[in-house]
Design a protein around this ligand. Structure first.
Ligand SMILES: C=C(O[C@@H]1C=C(C(=O)O)C=C[C@H]1O)C(=O)O
Length: 415
């Protein structure tokens, strides 16, 4: 594995406490944004003090952690706050497939953080000017215009055939579950500004993690892992139903989802694997015996909140490595599911369904699974959505489920 690294020999890092900046996303001065925001709290970043381009291959998480240890370990750091996300941080977005696609890790020159009534500004490289200088509101960016839509690798009927083929493999006993995704393109007349999408997503999906890294922009409900000191948390999602039109219909659909043997099976593959991956790392681990229902503006999900205490000092990236790819986005068993995904989807997922998030110099951080997202490339956006397939899956129902997941980014682009 050969990593491309652009970084100075030694980072000069300074964090200062600042007045409440309010909405973080409106502080971003240009479209090449880095973001991780939920309920108005989190981190936004811009500029590049360092960039790591990580090729496919085993050990990519450990390789990144090793480089960050060097970079952060040799840095001159003035960080009087000492809270998760203060001092130097790296944002990252890893490719889904361990065998294909580059991953991107960026140490921004400027980071604004906001959590629990405190806010901070971190500057790398330059002597920071007065905090108010960078706190000026950026010019409001323009919304995407004249969008046209087209299929990605597979049309809707072709994708339904892929789902039917997956069901055959599962019924033949070759695997228990596989997650199949498809892509969709949006073409705009002008370059798409990530900040417009981020602002719309954060407003409409406040309970999701609105993220941006290396042009991948989305709002994921799925927390792969948060590490704060020795405490770790995860939110496993798998099993989905459409929202109802009224509160009564929602309640009825939530009850049906919780009682659905097919969705419970889809969910238990994912929850069980997360338990098995975390157990060896944890002195204590709690996985609820029954999933709950998470209600989002577009869908309902079966959800298992997992909590644990690490028994050794480990960076959040070590835990990401132990978890990815979970059956929420890949399948069971992992190797057969990966192979079938490669055969049936007809596309490279890139960084969709890979880990996305941030890590600081203490090894604290938050990583989600990059879902409900699009890869921006100038005037074009490539959207992704996928569904867990088990023996009882129906291709038409899975297509409808994928459409309801696409709606998140369709809304972000169209308003
Ligand atoms: C694969 C996606 O979502 C995943 C699949 C789910 C399912 O199949 O029920 C639910 C949540 C996510 O874990 C996606 O949004 O693209």
């Amino acid at each position: 594995m050969k990593l491309a690294v652009t970084a100075p020999d030694r980072l000069d890092v300074r964090t200062v406490e600042i007045d409440d900046p309010g909405d973080l996303i409106s502080r971003l001065p240009h479209s090449s944004a880095l973001a991780w925001v939920r309920h108005g709290e989190g981190l936004v970043g811009w500029g590049e003090a360092a960039r790591l381009t990580v090729p496919a291959g085993p050990g990519r998480f450990a390789a990144v952690q090793g480089l960050l240890d060097e970079l952060f370990g040799s840095a001159r750091v003035d960080d009087p706050l000492g809270v998760p996300g203060s001092g130097p941080v790296a944002f990252g977005s890893f490719a889904f497939d361990p065998a294909s696609g580059d991953s991107v890790v960026i140490v921004p020159r400027h980071v604004v953080g906001r959590r629990g009534g405190r806010a901070w500004l971190t500057t790398i490289g330059d002597a920071p000017g007065p905090a108010t200088r960078t706190m000026e509101l950026a010019e409001p960016p323009a919304a995407p215009s004249q969008l046209s839509w087209s299929d990605g690798a597979l049309s809707a009927p072709a994708w339904q055939r892929a789902v039917a083929a997956a069901v055959e493999h599962i019924r033949a006993g070759r695997l228990g579950k596989v997650v199949l995704a498809r892509d969709l393109y949006a073409q705009a007349s002008e370059p798409i500004d990530a900040r417009v999408l981020l602002a719309r997503l954060a407003e409409r999906f406040p309970a999701c993690y609105t993220f941006a890294c290396g042009g991948l922009v989305g709002a994921t409900p799925e927390l792969l892992i948060r590490r704060t000191g020795d405490a770790v948390e995860s939110l496993v999602l798998a099993g989905t139903a459409a929202r109802g039109a009224t509160p009564a219909e929602d309640a009825e659909r939530a009850a049906r989802l919780q009682a659905s043997a097919k969705d419970r099976q889809e969910h238990s593959y994912a929850a069980q694997m997360v338990r098995e991956a975390l157990a060896p790392l944890c002195a204590q681990l709690t996985v609820p015996s029954e999933p709950q229902v998470l209600t989002l503006p577009n869908v309902l999900h079966l959800a298992s909140p997992v909590r644990g205490l690490l028994h050794d000092e480990r960076s959040v990236l070590d835990v990401v490595e132990a978890l990815h790819p979970t059956p929420a986005v890949c399948g069971t068993p992992t190797d057969r599911a990966l192979e079938l995904i490669g055969r049936l989807e007809g596309m490279d997922r890139g960084r969709y369904a890979g880990p996305v998030g941030w890590v600081d110099a203490r090894g604290d951080g938050e990583w989600g699974i990059a879902l409900r997202c699009a890869q921006l490339d100038g005037t074009r956006a490539r959207l992704f959505a996928g569904c867990g397939i088990v023996a009882d899956s129906d291709p038409e129902a899975e297509l409808a489920e994928a459409q309801s997941k696409f709606r998140v980014m369709q809304y972000a682009l169209e308003g």
